[in-house]
Design a protein around this ligand. Sequence first.
Ligand code: SF4
Ligand code: SF4
Length: 418
Amino acid sequence: MTAPLMPSSYRGTLRDRLRLWGRSLSRIVEITIMTFMVVGPIRVIQWHFQHKRQRGEKVILRSPYAPAGAVPADQLAQIAPHINGPARKSKLMKRESYPKPEYHFAFRRVPLSGNVINGLGETTKRQPTPILFHVTGQDSQGWDTLDQYLRIKNTTLRVLRLMVHMLWIGRESTGPIAPIQQPIADPAEMTTQVKATARDLGAILVGVTELKPTQTFEGSDVPYRYAISCAVPMDREEMLLAPSAATAGAIFDAYTEAAVVSTELAKRIRALGWGAVSTSTVMDKAEIAHVPIAIAAGLGQLGKHGSIITKEYGSNVRLGTVLTNLPLVVDEPLDIGVDDFCANCQICTTNCPPQAIFDTKQMVRGEEKWFVNFDACFPYFASNHSCAICIEVCPWSEEGRGASISQKMLEKRPQPST
Ligand code: SF4
Ligand code: SF4
């Protein structure tokens, strides 16, 4: 018996539809407030930031984190970049030079180091802790003010428009489940249909994994067994202008596309009578870690720059995830030779202006892995319309190169003797 074909969606009972209208109405109110009340003040604050910069003054971020002396100094963020490290600009990148890692903000109280929050040096496995997005009741440990500075300073009309679009899509990230649950006699056939549907909707890569506690953030409650990871591409031409407003626009374009794909896929699964929610990076509170899920679902491997590397598109992708209990067949993680290549490559480390990328694997929450110094990366990212230099200089991100790099790396490995 084959799995039922995926229906387009289930609109629910009158009560469900009223609920959706209610959510739509509240989104319209939020969007109207955002458009008329926020755009104006943001422009004024941006103008204020610019004036401070011209006068050589810093914006003081009034972080509520611990007063001086309450936390050992070596646990606090060290945002001054390692400017003495090697810095080299790739010829691929289109900007004449990268902006220097000089910041026009200062913390009133320095936040707890992002590396401490992320578990650098910890030898026991544990769930990751959210830093930039709130999980209800959790402390942001001082970084939210820099996140807000980033959002205000760097928001362009294009990014605002895309955020409004995501807000609108997000009203259907969850919704009514069809009352009659379709029996799934053949999970393999169902998985094929789910992947084909995700591709029809615009995903370029799709994989399935069983959700593990270490892929969800502390404090989250995720009652689903499976995660379907969907990747969408970013506009390479705009990404090569990193860091810039155009790059931030391209990143938000891809996040919006990922939200469209995952939300529509979740709706179609709910129409089969199975629970499903869509999640994407920008608009959600942090409940799941998209990159480890995508890696476990066989989309690619972790690169030295801390992002996923896929064979087909390198790191030039963004992710959306659907969480569901629909019975599916999981994919195996891939080995495409990323570790072998990264071990002898320093392109991202030498191109990163604040020298944030560790050249060797680090012990992080009980696992040896590539790691990026949060305290060095995020201030640069926040000051420059997001960054993404490291993922665009990566050779795997060059069109058509990933498959041949992977083949060479795997062929170079010593073959087992027969
Ligand atoms: S630039 Fe080189 S070292 Fe960095 S992630 Fe890509 S392959 Fe690995
Ligand atoms: S995004 Fe990459 S290149 Fe940019 S600061 Fe962070 S690690 Fe460095």
